[in-house]
Write a protein that binds this ligand. Structure first.
Ligand code: ATP
Length: 547
């Protein structure tokens, strides 16, 4: 008898929506003359303009000259073979190849250029991910002063977002960077989840109706989710997290659609958790069981006791809207609603009912770069970094290069020898299973507020670190290929919009750059403590490994 065919570990199960076999990838007509299926030469695309600058490259609008279709091309530059390829890019390609859902951006194909030897003698190849062109990202749409989403439109986007998340979680995939800027929308009103650079499979059973966020069975890296959308358990150092971290991001996006701007704009990790508790109330054993045992719980004690303000701040959502928001923003990840149950919430059943995607009026296209040119872009904290692969002994357990050894473009800038930690390097481990350590970083000297995107060129910080940069001017992390943007005032967009819309009650907290010295000191103490714990863990692992 033929042995039963075993499912590849990363492919979603059969009865689920089949993610494989995307016609555009498999169809030889789309592969041009290139020898790999799903891969064509970059020359078949006519580049139109730049749309955004992602962490690992640029995003362009282009026309597919074979079909006339508009596409977006995300470029990953491989500077030379030694550097390897960004792990975020590999993750993104891997997951997008598997997924197929109306509310998840499809990968049409990859476009490549032959590597050319540059003046410095290094070969540079260009690899691009081709996705359909989407007219706006949600962050851009909300920043457009002409856009004031109606209740039916918000419901429509929420339904689409929750359907996409339900599909991902049903297929055991965590997105880990849900935020308005990663939700792309076309002029037909279709919303698609994009940017899978931080996605990964999770081992726990997929959430089922009535089971909330479920219970975590293992540890994952803590350095995930852009800060403003980071769940309280992550902010408190929890690494046994679940799909509920994505649901928290959905809650933030829901409230952001109503308010017109991000709601929890922490300027440091400590400030972030403080803002969360100002909204949801300080944690206790009822609202967040076990919170006191989380690594950074002691920080919370210095905050004092915050009363809950969520209902008062968002009463404009009506009782069913507030009810859904409080389910999505539950402090306790185990009882936080899951996507399936959220879709079944009465909010979507009471008047006014969700609009149809096609009912959304057309607006001016808006992407990261358009907004920046207009000077109104929010100073969104950078997404957590991934790393590169294929660099031998300097790679992390899961193939990640520790972030300090990359420059602002995510390029590798000379890794040191592996730390004397006894950890098994990537090439001795299987897949992502080794993703077990905390890669959040101690702050740069001088604390949060410096330009510390990826730190650690000297001193003890040469461990796994990632430091988001929150400059007082609200700029993104410095990158060598970017013009300085010091002339921008991050408050412009926020304040103008707040004046125009009127506040929904209660502020979203201090904006970037408003951090006080107290925050910096608390952050520094916390990070020192973390570093000590990391060193201790490293020593223990080294002992175990030698045994
Ligand atoms: N398919 C698309 N259609 C239109 N615009 C797009 C598309 N994909 C990306 N963009 C634009 O490019 C920007 C950056 O893309 P993306 O978020 O995928 O890159 P990234 O490297 O992951 O960015 P980040 O560093 O912000 O996480 C988006 O915010 C969006 O404005």
């Amino acid at each position: 008898m033929m042995p039963a065919k075993r499912r590849a570990p990363d492919s979603p199960v059969a009865e689920r929506p089949t993610p494989a076999k995307r016609p555009s990838i498999q169809d030889p007509r789309h592969s041009g003359s290139h020898k790999f299926q799903g891969c064509s030469s970059r020359t078949v695309y006519r580049q139109i303009n730049k749309l955004g600058e992602g962490t690992f490259g640029l995003v362009y609008k282009a026309e597919d000259t074979r079909t006339g279709a508009m596409v977006a091309m995300k470029q990953f530059t491989v500077t030379n073979e030694k550097e390897g390829f960004p792990i975020t890019a590999l993750r993104e390609i891997k997951y997008l190849k598997q997924l197929k859902h109306k509310n998840v951006i499809p990968l049409l194909e990859m476009a490549v250029d032959k590597p050319i030897r540059g003046k410095d003698g290094h070969k540079r190849g260009v690899i691009m991910m081709v996705t359909p062109y989407m007219h706006y990202d949600l962050s851009g749409l909300l920043e457009n002063p002409q856009v004031n989403l109606t209740e039916p439109q918000i419901k429509c986007f929420m339904q689409q977002l929750l359907r996409g998340i339900k599909y991902l979680h049903h297929n055991n995939i965590l997105h880990r960077d849900i935020k308005a800027a990663n939700l792309l929308i076309n002029n037909k009103g279709i919303l698609q989840i994009a940017d899978f650079g931080l996605a990964r499979r999770f081992d726990e059973p997929a959430p089922t109706p009535g089971s909330g966020g479920g219970v975590a069975m293992r540890q994952y890296t803590g350095n995930v989710v852009t800060r403003w959308y980071r769940a309280p358990e992550l902010c408190l150092g929890e690494r046994n997290y679940t799909a509920a971290v994505d649901i928290w991001g959905v809650g933030c996006v829901f409230a952001e659609m109503k308010r017109g701007r991000p709601i929890l704009t922490g300027n440091s990790d400590t400030h972030q958790i403080e803002l969360i508790f100002q909204l949801c109330g300080s944690p206790n054993e009822r609202t967040m069981p076990g919170w006191e045992r989380l690594p950074d719980a002691r920080l919370v004690k210095s905050f004092g006791n915050h009363p809950r303000t969520l209902e008062a701040q968002f009463n404009v959502l009506g009782s069913s809207g507030v009810s859904l928001l409080s389910e999505l923003l539950k402090l306790d990840p185990r009882t936080r609603v899951n996507a399936m149950d959220a879709l079944d919430h009465e909010y979507f059943k009471v008047e006014p009912l969700p609009s149809k995607p096609g009912d959304l009026p057309e607006f001016e296209d808006s992407h990261e770069l358009d907004r920046r040119k207009k000077g109104g872009q929010r100073a969104l904290p950078p997404a957590p970094a991934g790393g590169t692969v294929g660099v031998g002994p300097s790679a992390d357990w899961n193939g990640d290069i520790p972030a300090p050894y990359m420059n602002g473009n995510g390029r590798h800038v000379r890794p040191p020898p592996p730390p004397p930690s006894g950890r098994r390097p990537a090439w001795q481990k299987d897949g992502e299973r080794g993703e077990t350590r905390d890669v959040r970083a101690p702050p740069p000297e001088g604390g949060v507020g410096g330009h510390g995107h990826r730190q650690g060129k000297g001193g003890k910080d040469k461990t796994d670190t990632y430091i988001p940069s929150y400059r007082s001017d609200g700029g993104r992390p410095p990158r060598d290929d970017r013009q300085p943007r010091d002339d921008r005032d991050w408050r412009d967009g926020h304040e103008r919009r707040r004046d125009e819309r009127g506040s929904l009650g209660g502020g979203g907290g201090r904006g970037p750059g408003g951090g006080g010295g107290g925050d910096r000191n608390r952050d520094r103490d916390r990070e020192r403590e973390r570093e000590r714990e990391r060193e201790q863990r490293d020593r223990e692992r080294a002992r175990e490994w030698r045994r």
